[in-house]
Write a protein that binds this ligand. Sequence first.
Ligand code: NDP
Length: 307
Amino acid sequence: MERHYDLVIIGAGPAGMTAAIYASRAGLKTAMLEMGAPGGKLIKTYEISNWPGIKGTNGAKLANDMFEHSTHFGAEYLYGNVVKVEDGEEYKTIICEDGTEYKAKAVIVATGTKERMMNIPGEEENVGRGVSYCAVCDGAFFRNQEIVVIGGGNSALEEALYLSEIASKVYVVIRRDVFRADEIVQKAVEENEKIEVIRKHVPLRVIDDGNRVTGIVLQNVDTKEEMTVETHGIFPYIGLDPATSFLEGLDVLDTYGYMTVDENCETKVKGIYGAGDVIHKNLRQVVTATNDGAIAAQHAFHEIKKI
Ligand code: NDP
């Protein structure tokens, strides 16, 4: 099956949905391709407190509002797991896992990032049995229990704060003796009586009883001594990697796999844009993602109308 559009947007997070609003409102025949629920990381975020005009809102609610808005001007929302994008003279071809192909004059890639795994024994086989990368989705399974969060960045500390409202205790494991997160989040963690920080330790292996997680073995980075924390819930938040494997071969990625774009959010392949967390940038936030989506869609609109 082949379908033709002016613009195909891959990924329906804040960047993709904003691009859909701008493009369809400008009159482009637009489709958003998404392999999960619309909203991207927003739906996994408990609270958003830095979206201008709203002091505090729930991530899933904001995602839902954005989704309704993104299809309001006629953009189509389609399921698709994109495995390849090909550049052509007249059209770009977007190929999905099930063989469906879409043709578009321009493509905006807004696929974001995916959670980095710890890559330690016992992790992969215990995903869904105690290892989780989404506190908002799975935190409630561990009500009044002790939970372990791995990492010291904004994600880890913000999720630890969220989990502290559910769990009886939250251990935060960091590999240095300092956090990477913003000061304000660090302060909240340090003042939280339910959170205990285990410094200078790295995760070594996840242990289970064949059914579910029963603990995690940590290693002191200086002494190499091992310790076991008994827990049924482990939440690794150790960073993110860009979801760009389907772009390999197009020469639009940097050495870390992020997309390299210019001030119009366009890559060096004309008509292929990047927007949101997937591009090389300093600040990955909802507000900067929406900014990229608007810029990319507006530029694509002008280029398509020139054609
Ligand atoms: P970060 O890269 O900021 O932090 C990753 C954390 O995990 C660091 O503490 C790092 O340690 C640790 N880590 C990395 N690899 C390992 C490992 N193998 N074993 C143990 N620990 C490890 O990732 P985040 O996901 O927290 O954030 C990504 C981006 O999103 C950042 O730019 C962040 O600021 C932003 N963000 C902003 C938010 C907000 O402003 N509200 C909310 C969430 C994210 P070390 O420090 O030693 O390298």
